[in-house]
Design a protein around this ligand. Sequence first.
Ligand code: AMP
Length: 432
Amino acid sequence: MSKSARKKEVLQSVRGMHDILPEDQMYWTRAYETYKEVASYYNFQHIDTPLVEERALFERSNDQSEMVQKEMYLVSTGKNKQPMALRPEGTAGVARAYIEHGMKKWPHPVKLAYYGPFFRHDKPQLGRYRQFFQAGFEIFSSTIDPIYDAQSILASYRFIEALKIKGVSIHINTIGTPKCRQAYLQKLKAFFKSNGKKLTADQKKQTDENPLRLLDSKEKNIEEMRSEAPNILDHLDGDSKDHFMEVLEYLEDLSLPYTLDHTLVRGLDYYSHTVFEFVLDRKEGEEGLNLALGGGGRYDYLVELLGGRATPAVGSAPGVSRIVDVMKRRQLVTAKRPQKRVFLIHIGELPKKKSLTIIEDLRRANVAVTEALGKASLGAQLKSADKEGSAIALIFGQKEAYENSIIIRDMKTGAQETVPLDKVAKVVKKRM
Ligand code: AMP
């Protein structure tokens, strides 16, 4: 491409990453405010971690996952080409911060919540973006206690529910401890090997490397054989069984709708015991919305894996971008009636010069103002005031600028009254 042709090329946002336009902000504002409310109610303290972390943080915590192996945005920078990555998920960063800031010494449980953008080089489609928002509710505790699994699930469930999304259930499973999982993995491998003829070359490779992930695959051939696959519940040790039963009892006490799903393993390596996803019951016409609205699980080994002292922990993460998709599809937020605003019209150079100061005086007096400072003629500005639907226009001309007054015009009747500048806020407030 020639230099001049390149100059004219219209640049667009990167594939899979989207602008959030003013018309959609109401959904995002509602989601963020609801997150704040839920986090605060259940005593989670908000934490922000950087968007960029050392690549090793994600590699160490989730080495086998597709997310780390295939979807990370890698960044190398500085003299030493330090390997870094855009964060693909939130838990590893929060666990790093827990260690780095000595939170082990804080009174436990330490409950941390986050909200922000994450990055994965995923295949873009509705509900799958390369930059997307997640919230998260993480609990670090001194013992492995199922009550925290329930509380983290509860926070995410209440977040989704408070956004008025109906028909969400919790798909839940346990993957036990690494120890009791070993025997199960052998059985699972043997099962897939005995079905070797029905597997693709990739799936055969996965049978050896990560049979749990294969069990979770959405491919048709796997779905067909899944009901025959060995069930993890038959391979749990006593503690893992008790832990899982207690989590379910808490969910029942809270009347949270859950479904047992023994094929749910989730894509991240660091989980143990409980894993879960929030799944939407779709209505007619919502075919594109068949992805989980959130997920999470227990990760008792992550802090140790990152160099800290062993710390039991559990977390849940609502996928805010997908949740907003549903809110938009179902029109779950209506626009707030805009605040009533007056329209400031200037006529002439001196009034224009004083306009910004007048707006500041009105701002201090709590009067909302709209203007069209770039327009000069009275007619054009009145037209803009009409378009805005302003009930009152303030007309500031040469004479008024010298006399420190302003004309208040009723846009409906056309009636006008001149008042001193220092009285204008009071009069306007009375009329609105
Ligand atoms: P994960 O970190 O994979 O457990 O994801 C937790 C939640 O984040 C998912 O259930 C989704 O709702 C959301 N999520 C994950 N990946 C994406 C993506 N590429 N685009 C939009 N949302 C996502």
